[in-house]
Design a binder for this molecule. Structure first.
Ligand SMILES: [Fe+2]
Ligand SMILES: [Fe+2]
Length: 188
């Protein structure tokens, strides 16, 4: 049995207060989604708790750590360092927080971009990160929140679609994985 409270205490010390608040929001939202969709509640809480554990240091430091741990970065991760914490987080979850469950590690790895054919837990964390109560209100949010509890695939399509439009509007680079996620869930 993994010690959720112990990990929680460690993260409270490591993360900035607002990041820690967000982390708890994702953990409890993931638990609610797991109840709704009949997924493993403890796994959902652990994945939610650890999803941003790679964000405890600056972007530069995250890149340095990836080099140190031999974590290979993709072209888009090099261009968009905001994505790196997901892969780094999965590495830390495994080696520092002793999480061996591949589904939890996958949920941490793919929480920023999603991917086609996600597992139930991967979808839950992707969506919980998007809809947790502390998220700043944006027009699509209430629609994603209600879809999250009735049609998870639709919720994934809506959030990936809205991420793409947002990045297009502000003229920022879009990770091809987000586009693949949108295309897959938009039609499934
Ligand atoms: Fe994140
Ligand atoms: Fe997050």
């Amino acid at each position: 049995m993994t010690d959720i409270t112990g990990i929680q205490k460690k993260l409270e010390k490591r993360l900035k207060p607002e990041r820690y608040e967000h982390t708890l929001g994702v953990m409890y939202t993931a638990a609610s989604l797991a109840m709704c969709h009949d997924a493993d509640i403890s796994k959902a809480m652990l994945a939610g708790l650890l999803h941003d554990c790679g964000k405890y240091c600056s972007g530069k430091e995250q890149i340095r750590l990836c080099r140190e741990f031999n974590i290979t970065l993709t072209e888009s991760e090099r261009k968009m360092p905001a994505l790196i914490h997901a892969k780094l987080g999965a590495y830390l979850a495994e080696h520092e927080y002793n999480i061996k469950d591949s589904d939890i590690l996958g949920a941490i790895t793919y929480h920023t971009t999603g991917k086609p054919e996600m597992s139930l837990l991967e979808k839950i964390i992707y969506i919980a990160d998007y809809i947790e109560p502390g998220r700043q209100e944006i027009p699509v949010l209430s629609e994603v929140r209600s879809a999250a509890f009735s049609n998870l695939n639709r919720a994934v399509a809506l959030s990936a679609g809205s991420t793409i439009s947002y990045l297009q509007n502000v003229g920022r680079e879009i990770d091809p994985a987000t586009v693949r996620t949108y295309e897959f869930y938009h039609t499934n």
